[in-house]
Design a protein around this ligand. Structure first.
Ligand code: SF4
Length: 324
């Protein structure tokens, strides 16, 4: 099943509130659209990143363990269909009755190639009988117009979400993380993506060093102003083999505590529109790879705390959103 209907409900009273939710959770949005559970299956299509291979910079973002996709270390992976089958088999252990999946092109920058390389990768995933759509993670400086034309064409026949790693609107923070682009790059990508039939999702990180509470809420207000379709939020967390790991070990960076994160996240969601799908509210990594903070490995605990904070305030996503 596929279509190009947007996930966003046009109802004045959001359906997610009628369903007793405090924010527009992604699994709820997917159920609205597909009428059944849909899970993402991650695909590593062998991309690298211009922030790693030297095109923009070397070394990548300070929090990213990019050794695994640096050009010299790229290992052959199972084919696209093989990866989908393997991921579905794993997910079936948990979601026995789930039969519909989004192929999620996840590691590195998944539009960082010419169109004639990208097209067969995306078409192959779509040809899997249980794949009902695509999610593609990328950087805002990796979407030239001919790539956007391809994504628009795909979105005419399937659900497609394009995820841009925005991270923050503050250029000093983007410099700190060695992002290799500034906020104007994100705005440019959104402006050129708009109206092409796919969902525009932004990743944002809370708890970046040098950002105070007001700075983080400024990012929320900017996302509301730009009016993207979806957001993925998580705290800054630390994995092995990264520059961030060295900075944390040296005491140069302090990672956000859980209570601070929960309060800030709720403040953030109160300021974005109720139509913005919230694809993620916390982050984690495989335990053998993860360094901290340890609280974010308890995803259910974080989710419960966020819902509890909304309830304590008798609040919800968009409560403090104002049209400007
Ligand atoms: S842009 Fe993404 S893939 Fe590239 S280094 Fe940064 S986090 Fe890693």
């Amino acid at each position: 099943m596929s279509s190009n209907k947007p996930l966003i409900s046009s109802s004045l009273e959001p359906a997610w509130r009628s369903a007793g939710l405090r924010y527009y959770a992604y699994n709820f949005a997917l159920r609205q659209r597909f009428s059944h559970r849909v899970q993402k299956v991650s695909i590593d299509a062998g991309f690298t990143c211009p922030n790693v291979d030297g095109t923009v910079a070397k070394g990548g973002c300070t929090f990213c363990d990019n050794r695994s996709f640096s050009p010299s270390r790229r290992l052959p992976r199972a084919g696209i269909l093989g990866q989908i089958d393997q991921s579905i088999a794993r997910l079936r252990l948990r979601y026995k009755n789930c039969n519909h999946f989004l192929a999620y092109f996840q590691p590195a920058s998944n539009t960082y190639a010419p169109v004639d390389v990208l097209r067969p990768l995306f078409e192959t995933a779509l040809a899997h009988p249980q794949v009902v759509g695509l999610a593609i993670g990328t950087r805002s400086d990796c979407v030239p117009d001919n790539v956007l034309d391809l994504l628009e064409e795909l979105a005419e026949r399937t659900y497609l979400s394009v995820e841009f790693g925005m991270q923050t609107i503050h250029n000093r923070s983007l410099e700190w993380m060695n992002r290799g682009h500034y906020h104007d790059s994100f705005l440019d990508a959104v402006q050129r993506s708009r109206g092409r039939g796919f969902e525009i999702c932004a990743h944002a990180i809370l708890g970046l060093p040098g950002e105070n509470h007001a700075d983080m809420l400024a990012t929320a207000r900017e996302l509301a102003r730009v009016d993207i379709d979806a957001v993925k939020l998580h705290n800054l967390y630390c994995v092995k083999n990264t520059k961030l790991a060295e900075q944390v070990a040296a005491g140069e960076v302090t990672l956000m505590g859980r209570n601070d994160y929960v309060r800030t996240l709720v403040d953030f969601l109160e300021r974005v529109p109720p139509t913005m799908v919230v694809e993620r509210i916390s982050g984690d990594a495989p335990p053998d790879y993860f360094l901290g903070p340890s609280w974010c490995l308890d995803k259910q605990g974080v989710k419960t705390a966020i819902e509890g904070e909304f309830e304590r305030r008798d609040s919800w996503q968009g409560k403090r959103y104002t049209l400007r």
